[in-house]
Design a binder for this molecule. Structure first.
Ligand SMILES: Cc1cc2nc3c(=O)[nH]c(=O)nc-3n(C[C@H](O)[C@H](O)[C@H](O)COP(=O)(O)OP(=O)(O)OC[C@H]3O[C@@H](n4cnc5c(N)ncnc54)[C@H](O)[C@@H]3O)c2cc1C
Length: 292
């Protein structure tokens, strides 16, 4: 196997094009796949020497809007610790694996691995994230909700590198929360996870985005539920009234981690709990509550 460690994104993109190799970031998924024989690339292109792929940057425009740009090789630990980022994304990152996994694993790896249970994916959907893909031929930007096509499948082409993740600052200024359930506290992969992001004015919800993971082949936005919640009083929500709009949207399966029935019940509870967290943030801070 050839191991290459480029020092710029353009070098990485041309190496990827010419070698048809595979990308290595933190290696927390890739090393498992190679050890278990799921893949044996002839060329591995390690992105961890590219400083431009790391860190969080804020680009404001003249109207104080703009974009928060997260380099694809920013580690999950850095995301978990960043006070600039919205609560749901930080909470999602905090839920990933163990300190060792969070120190090595990257947000770009979590996105490109495209596991339906990836803990940063539902938060990125609720924050309306855009993914910037770079190849030797240029860049293109894909909305997070159009990126995932199936378990471990995305629209990314083999010659493309995920360069950065862009969050509209407008979505970062809302209240948000993430919840997951696993079968133990440490190192547990999510059986179900849920993320909620919304604005609140006079106690009523608007701009609601809800996404869930591990209950469909891809991380899923619950658009009907978002419509149902819009205009409602966040303090007056009950778990029972969420049941129907949540259950109509999800298609969980039975697998080694849990049964479909269990996932259905837990999804409703996690969405409710995330909404309750948002209500708590609102009642502590009041109008203008914001998570970053
Ligand atoms: C013990 C253990 C526990 C875990 N627990 C969790 C958990 O709780 N929650 C969770 O969500 N995940 C978990 N994971 C999975 C893994 O840690 C995450 O998915 C992590 O974010 C992957 O990032 P990485 O940098 O290590 O990716 P890598 O392993 O380096 O790469 C993963 C995939 O993405 C591709 N890739 C990586 N970066 C890019 C890029 N910039 N552009 C294009 N393609 C790219 C690689 O080619 C590969 O196909 C766990 C893994 C282990 C081993």
């Amino acid at each position: 196997m050839r191991y290459l460690k480029p020092s710029s994104v353009s070098e990485a993109a041309s190496l990827l094009e010419s070698s048809q190799g595979m990308i290595l970031a933190g290696g927390t998924d890739m090393c498992v796949y190679m050890a278990e024989g799921f893949c044996s690339p002839e060329t591995l292109i390690d992105l961890t020497g590219i400083d431009a792929l790391r860190g969080i940057q804020i680009n404001r425009d003249d109207h104080e809007a703009g974009t928060m740009i997260i380099g694809a090789c920013t580690t999950i630990a850095e995301i978990a610790a960043s006070e600039e980022l919205p609560t749901c994304l930080r909470q999602g990152a905090q839920a990933v694996g163990s300190p060792q996994i969070r120190n090595l694993g990257t947000i770009g790896g979590n996105v490109c691995n495209a596991s339906p249970c990836g803990d940063t994916l539902a938060p990125l959907l609720t924050l309306d994230a855009q993914f910037v893909l770079r190849s030797a031929g240029g860049t293109r930007t894909i909305a997070s909700e159009n990126f995932f096509t199936g378990p471990k499948k995305t629209v990314r082409k083999p010659n493309e590198i995920l360069e950065s993740i862009e969050l509209p600052i407008a979505s970062c200024g809302k209240v948000s929360a993430f919840r997951m359930i696993g079968n133990r506290n440490g190192q547990a992969i999510s059986q179900v996870n849920a993320s909620v992001c919304l604005a609140i004015a006079d106690g009523r919800m608007s701009d609601v985005r809800v996404a869930v993971g591990s209950v469909a082949p891809i991380p899923l936005r619950l658009v009907e539920l978002e419509r149902f919640l819009t205009g409602k009083d966040i303090q007056g929500m009950s778990l029972t009234e969420l049941r129907e709009p949540v259950l109509e949207a999800i298609r969980p399966i039975n697998d080694v981690r849990s049964s479909a029935k269990y996932r259905q019940e837990v999804t409703v509870a996690l969405v409710f709990d995330a909404l309750a967290d948002c209500a708590g943030q609102y009642s502590r801070v009041g109008e203008g509550a914001s998570t970053c």
